[in-house]
Design a protein around this ligand. Structure first.
Ligand code: ADP
Ligand code: MG
Length: 227
């Protein structure tokens, strides 16, 4: 049996809006094993990004437990969460989130530079080069984001997500800003990473995109169910 990477118990997220409590994620029990590729589907506003933000340690649950690789995330301080996020989570966003003044390789190496200066500039460049080679962009090391196409920018963010060898890659609508051809190229790349052993949780509202995953879950009004 593959080891459990993500495990939640009654994970709940409420937002306070004025004097109203808005339940956005309701008592969610969700687990992901190593090597799974899970698609989270559901209508806009159903709570997909909220769940992904909790799993990615960007946000804290109102109640419930989250265990990441056996670690009790819900007991950690804010600083411990940030450090863990940098080491164990790889994020891919719809709008790429690349820094415009950094070259492709500098963007990819960024997660390494947050890790207590353990890596020399030369090591960072080498690791970034290897990550960019995995996404087919070894010829774009010194290009700035402005000079890259949308599909290439998304490849750079995937390389950035890979560089720390994270426990899980979390992708929020990774093809949302791409035309269908570039979107399929990105999905083929994610499928390759999955075949190479990466664990992936991806949010999408597109059935054909979800078809690349090996497990599909659906959110409805903050309630998660397996398809
Ligand atoms: P999805 O990604 O499925 O479209 P979200 O997780 O972004 O859904 O949002 C779920 C619900 O939570 C929506 O109704 C949204 O308006 C609400 N919501 C999200 N963030 C906040 C916030 N910071 N404050 C209040 N409500 C929020
Ligand atoms: Mg969303």
């Amino acid at each position: 049996m593959r080891r459990t990477i993500i495990y939640t118990v009654n994970l709940t997220r409420n937002y306070q809006v004025g004097d109203q409590v808005l339940p956005v994620l309701r008592e969610t029990n969700f687990s992901v094993r190593q090597g799974e590729f899970v698609a989270l589907m559901g209508a806009s506003g159903s709570g997909k990004s909220t769940l992904l933000g909790l799993l990615g340690l960007l946000d804290r649950a109102t109640s419930g437990e989250y265990w990441l690789e056996g670690l009790a995330v819900f007991t950690l301080t804010q600083n411990e969460l940030s450090a863990l996020r940098g080491k164990r989570i790889g994020f891919i966003f719809q709008n790429f989130n690349l820094l415009p003044r950094l070259s492709a390789w500098e963007n990819v190496a960024l997660p390494l530079s947050y890790q207590n200066g353990n890596y020399s500039q030369e090591e960072q460049r080498q690791r970034a080069k290897e990550a960019l080679a995995r996404v087919g962009l070894n010829h774009r090391l010194d290009h700035y984001p402005m000079k890259l196409s949308g599909g290439e920018r998304q490849r750079v963010t995937i390389a950035r997500a890979l560089i720390t060898n994270p426990a899980v890659i979390l992708a929020d609508e990774p093809t949302g800003n791409l035309d269908s051809r570039r979107g399929e190229e990105i999905m083929r790349l994610l499928r390759e990473l999955h075949q190479d052993g990466s664990t992936i949780v991806m949010v999408t509202h597109d059935t054909s995109i979800a078809g690349y995953a090996n497990r599909i879950c659906t959110m409805r009004d903050g309630v998660l169910s397996e398809n």
